[in-house]
Design a protein around this ligand. Structure first.
Ligand SMILES: [Zn+2]
Length: 534
């Protein structure tokens, strides 16, 4: 007798992803699809039945904002995400996708990636087109579904390297055709990182011209805005203008209010988004549930410093006069045109997370300055001069009130923004803790959200935003991406000290019908799909 279902999950509390209250039912799936949801399924011939008594059964989580591009090449099972119940990741964020790579600027592009701990090197990226990267990923049979975006900084570097100026007409056409080609290859949209070099070098008009390339494909514009602190309201206005002028959906990445003097501004940022939505512009955002952010340390310097590549800025940063010039630029209260992260976090709020100087890891810039009897600015200049963009920092900048207000907002979804630690580096705990933290800390312990609303933000909301037609809901005919978790025990265990600890309470994770993880153990299912738009 043939099995009607590959598996039946019994007695679960079904949270279907719509935000509706849970109900009890059995779920049967076969061939990677959900085949039946009913009060009682009495399957013929099915041997495998999973009893989910008192547990939640819900759609697999969609991580709306990741930097898993290299992690997937290094660890296709994507352990850190699958162990959280994530079954789909959006990659290529903050302007930085791995592809395309032009031969003319290959060193500049691959030099901007952080390989530390990945086991990969520049030779592993012997690819050119966006399609080359997606094919390489497909060949590795990932254990998770992938939604790729193409990065603005990457396509700009393909055409004009790190040049700190407007593109010429010919160059703009070149960047536009890189965007179009990536969209043709299956990208879901374009990302920008407007605090980073070279993304920061682009004017609003340049980005509008690029975002227009998305319109025929129905692509999304996902942005790490030009400011998340002092000039954040201007940055929201810019993001909305880009969406409005290009006629595309605007998605604001890792929405936050950075810098104590700005706390409370989320009332205004959310109001600006609401006003745009009432004018008919599609605006959404994502968020990770932590008071600290993380990026490479060099991002605390004015972006113009990085224009000529690591060799040049490495030696310029050793020059005392140049250092003095940068210090006064950073101390300038208004820091026009770039995001002043030192102002937002302070030297005692910037902690070194990844560096070849292992004795600095886990210490703040202020602590290292004490230890080395150095000026804190010089600590930063020395580290960036020696290790360029491979030094990663954790920056404490956000307040709880804004975090909760942004989380309760109906069009905020969850995105980890995790920087992969490859199981060894001491990175931000969001890489391994984001989703269980929302469900354990913010739902169960603090009651900021209902369980059903939190699940909606992790499933149907991102699925709808990125145009996934068969994911994000527990519904017959949909893909069998499912999570079974214990709502009474689910919690993140990763900390700033021990970021590589897996969460608790995630019982089973299914990716396209295959069991990918069980009780904190990765099973090596290679059932993920590299999704291509259209
Ligand atoms: Zn970002």
């Amino acid at each position: 007798m043939t099995n009607e279902f590959d598996l039946v999950i019994r007695n679960g509390r079904i949270i279907d992803g719509t935000g509706n209250p849970y109900y009890r039912a059995d779920v049967g799936f076969a061939g990677g699809k959900i085949r039946r949801i009913a009060k009682r399924i009495e399957p013929s011939g099915t041997r495998v039945v999973l009893d989910a008594e008192n547990r939640v059964v819900c759609p697999g989580f969609v991580d709306a904002h990741t930097h898993d591009d290299l992690y997937l090449l290094s660890r296709p099972t994507c352990d850190d995400k699958v162990l959280q119940g994530v079954t789909t990741v959006v990659i290529g964020n903050c302007g930085q996708s791995v592809a395309p790579i032009s031969d003319a600027h290959r060193d500049v592009i691959t030099g901007s990636f952080k390989f530390l701990g990945s086991g990969l090197n520049q030779e592993d990226l012997n690819i050119k087109s966006f399609d080359d990267y997606l094919q390489k990923l497909e060949g590795l049979k990932p254990g998770i579904n992938v939604i790729p975006l193409v990065g603005h900084s990457t396509v700009r570097m393909c055409t004009m390297g790190m040049a700190n100026r407007k593109p010429t007409t010919t160059e703009l056409k070149g960047i536009q055709s890189h965007v179009s080609n990536a969209m043709r290859d299956g990208a879901f949209g374009l990302s920008t990182g407007l605090i980073y070099a070279p993304g920061n070098y682009a004017t609003t008009e340049e980005i509008v011209e690029l975002a227009k390339m998305l319109t025929p494909f129905g692509g999304i514009y996902a942005t790490h805005m030009r400011s998340e602190s002092e000039q954040e309201l201007d940055a929201i206005v810019e993001a909305i203008r880009i969406g409005e002028e290009a006629g595309v959906h605007v998605h604001i990445a890792h929405h936050k209010i950075a810098g104590k003097t700005n706390w409370g501004k989320s009332t205004d940022t959310l109001r600006l988004m609401a006003e745009a939505r009432s004018r008919g512009i599609e605006v959404t955002c994502d968020q990770y549930p932590y008071r600290a952010g993380s990026t490479y340390l060099a991002a605390v310097l004015p972006p113009r410093v990085l224009a000529d590549g690591p060799k040049v800025y490495g030696s310029r940063l050793r020059d005392a006069a140049f250092r003095a010039e940068i210090v006064s630029e950073i101390k300038d209260a208004n820091s026009p045109g770039w995001e002043n992260l030192i102002k937002g976090a302070g030297f005692d709020g910037i902690m070194i997370s990844v560096s070849r100087h292992s004795k600095y890891v886990g210490k703040t810039i202020a602590e290292i300055a004490d230890l080395e009897r150095k000026d804190p600015f010089n600590v930063i200049f020395d580290l960036v001069a020696e290790e360029s963009r491979e030094v990663i920092a954790i920056l404490f900048m956000m307040g709880d009130e804004d975090i909760c207000r942004i989380m309760r907002n109906p069009w905020t979804m969850i995105g980890s923004d995790g920087i992969p630690g490859f199981g060894i580096n001491r990175v931000h705990p969001r890489m391994t803790g984001t989703f269980p933290r929302v469900l354990g800390k913010y739902v169960r312990k603090e009651g900021v959200l209902s369980l059903e609303e939190a699940v909606r933000k992790m499933t149907s909301l991102p699925a709808q935003t990125f145009g996934l037609k068969s994911k994000g809901l527990l519904k017959e005919g949909f893909d069998a991406d499912l999570v079974v978790f214990d709502p009474d025990t689910i919690i993140d265990c990763s900390t700033y000290e021990e970021p590589n600890r897996a969460p608790e309470g995630i019982c089973n994770v299914f990716v396209n019908g295959q069991l990918a993880a069980e009780n904190g153990r990765i099973l090596g299912a290679a059932s993920g799909q590299v999704l291509r738009q259209n």
